[in-house]
Design a protein. Structure first.
Length: 189
């Protein structure tokens, strides 16, 4: 092969690569993203025109009138996604879980009931917006005292906001805490 033929082939390949990876591929991804526009834009939830959170990122609820989320060692900061990832045998993790478990037991359910594991352990990203239905029901007695809302109403809210397993097979049933708390606010108003 001659040098001229090699250069022409290389230039054609460069132009074709630029066309594919600089124009066609980004347009294709943008088009696919529009099929899932809600997720592509961060799944932001608006209330009265104001962004109150995302369906995909957990947040800390400090008011005693709200359901609480899973713990987060990164304060639900999506720019630093990732939990401490301490081993189950790590004394720091064991101490934190014991302290959190005691705090939650005293506040939410005095007695011998076990604290649901997702209220004392982080998700892998420390950003999970969901808790198990069991963790939500665990908080009901306390919220009845704090809000004056009946137990049956709170149980109904949890039931309404419980998402089933994906295709009935994958994952676990879960409750999006932000959506549940927004529904709780509507009842309080």
């Amino acid at each position: 092969m001659s040098v001229k033929k090699n250069v022409v082939t290389a230039v054609k390949l460069i132009v074709l690569s630029l066309l594919i990876f600089s124009i066609i591929y980004p347009l294709l991804l943008g088009g696919v993203g529009q099929l899932f526009a809600d997720k592509a834009s961060g799944s932001i939830i608006y209330q009265n025109g104001k962004a109150v959170g995302s369906r995909l990122i957990g947040q800390n609820f400090v008011s005693d009138s709200y359901f609480i989320s899973r713990p987060s060692s990164i304060n639900y900061d999506a720019s630093t996604s990732g939990s401490d990832n301490l081993a189950a045998s790590n004394p720091k993790l064991q101490q934190r879980i014991a302290a959190d478990s005691m705090k939650i037991k005293v506040k939410y359910q005095p007695g011998n009931r076990d604290v649901p594991v997702d209220l004392i352990t982080e998700s892998g990203s420390a950003l999970d917006p969901h808790i198990s239905p069991e963790a939500a029901y665990f908080q009901v007695s306390y919220l009845v005292e704090q809000t004056g809302i009946s137990e049956s109403t709170l149980n109904s809210l949890i039931e309404e906001h419980t998402e089933s397993k994906l295709l009935g097979l994958f994952g676990e049933s879960r409750v999006n805490v932000l959506e549940l708390n927004l529904a709780l606010e509507e009842v309080l108003d």
